[in-house]
Write a protein that binds this ligand. Structure first.
Ligand SMILES: *[C@@H]1O[C@H](CO)[C@@H](O)[C@H](O)[C@H]1NC(C)=O
Ligand SMILES: *[C@@H]1O[C@H](CO)[C@@H](O)[C@H](O)[C@H]1NC(C)=O
Length: 367
């Protein structure tokens, strides 16, 4: 199980001891590709490494404003992914402690996959930014990043988790494109969904799991994904123009699942969050029944769980909630958890994400 929100909080609380690694920045042009502004020759090298090209078909003449938000989000996410895979390749190649792979064959196979994946993410990012330029708006620029992992196995597990979240979010993107009548972009997005799914099959296999997690992958929303990226990976205030992305950044919700057994049973899971400015809100009620936990898993109606054992320690609130695992119906693969007002509309991931109060997402991975 992996939870990058929790991991990032651990990272923050141990700042003085583990921040030896400087934030990742593109400025020093790590692979000589001048990303995210490669010239013609560099683009052609990237495409060769990616085993394929930026689509050369003409984009639609115009798109709706919410589709511009989507394209900006896609660029923001893909640039983050490029940063992650760039640093991961550097760590493995440079024998960084925790990233040494003794078995040379295994190492070469992993690097061959990661080099292609890194370049494929570059192509995705360039395509989204080209679309923005085509619509006469500013392309998204890179932020500074840090990653809450320090060894190869955790790094690949983390890649699998954020890829799962992206796979859920691209569903939200397809639906919003459809609702807004921007059908011209849906084929390309569907092509990326399959592509990221292939990546994740490899990551899951690397981690000793079966390649395909679920019959219908867990859904998510753009707000959840934008929140997770900002909470876990982006160095605060380091993004030149992420303000152009009019999505929400929720307050974090941390999950501590410990070591769930391979065959988990219904069980309580521990969560915590920091009180926002102004402290406990009256609508949460003195017995905390004003808040509920939402578990989003697969394509099913979100599951509502009550808070139990709530404890307030300074500004930290911790509680437990039942994770009603059932091998056939609930809890395998990615579960997106969020703490919301108890009277929220629990009918879909989108209505949960649109609740008046939202802490999250906390990401839980099983099997
Ligand atoms: C690369 O290694 C450094 C040093 O351990 C670590 O801080 C960073 O998170 C690693 N990056 C990735 C993507 O694994
Ligand atoms: C959710 O909120 C977004 C942005 O405010 C809005 O466009 C959308 O219609 C809402 N959807 C639902 C199902 O509430």
């Amino acid at each position: 199980m992996v939870n990058f929100a929790a991991a990032s909080l651990v990272g923050l609380s141990c700042l003085s001891t583990i921040i030896s690694a400087a934030p990742f920045v593109f400025d020093n042009n790590p692979f000589g590709k001048n990303f995210p502004n490669p010239d013609k020759n560099q683009i052609s090298a990237i495409q060769t490494q990616a085993h394929g090209s930026i689509p050369n078909a003409k984009p639609p003449a115009t798109v709706k404003p919410s589709t511009l938000t989507t394209l900006r989000f896609i660029a923001f996410n893909e640039i983050f992914e490029v940063a992650f895979y760039t640093q991961l390749i550097q760590n493995i190649t440079n024998y960084v402690p925790g990233y040494e792979i003794k078995d040379e064959k295994k190492k070469q196979k992993l690097l061959a996959n990661l080099v292609a994946i890194q370049a494929q993410e570059e192509v995705h990012a360039l395509n989204a930014n080209n679309a923005l330029k085509n619509f006469k708006v500013d392309p998204i620029q890179p932020c500074k990043y840090s990653f809450p992992v320090d060894n190869v196995n955790d790094a690949i597990a983390l890649a699998s988790t954020f890829t799962d979240l992206v796979l859920g979010t691209l569903q939200d993107i397809e639906q919003t494109l459809a609702m807004d009548g921007d059908a011209g972009l849906t084929r390309g997005v569907a092509a990326v969904i399959g592509q990221e799914g292939e990546q994740n099959g490899y990551f899951r296999t690397f981690g000793g799991k079966i390649a395909s997690a679920l019959p219908f992958l867990t859904t998510s929303t753009r707000d959840f994904a934008f929140s997770a990226l900002n909470q876990a990976f982006v160095i605060k205030d380091s993004c030149p123009n992420s303000k152009d992305i009019t999505l929400k950044i929720f307050n974090p919700l941390t999950v501590d699942v410990g070591d769930l057994p391979k065959d988990p049973k219904p069980q309580n899971i521990k969560f915590s969050f920091q009180l926002p400015e102004g402290g406990v809100k009256p609508e949460w009620k003195s017995d905390w029944t004003g808040l509920s936990l939402a578990y989003i898993n697969q394509q099913n109606v979100p599951v509502k769980a009550q808070l139990s054992g709530v404890k307030v320690d300074g500004s930290k609130v911790s509680f437990e909630a039942l994770f009603p695992f059932d091998a056939g119906t609930f809890g395998n693969g990615l579960t997106v958890a969020a703490l919301v007002n108890a009277d929220a509309d629990f009918s879909t991931a989108v209505t949960v994400s649109n609740s008046t109060t939202v802490f999250g997402p906390a990401l839980i991975e099983v099997n």
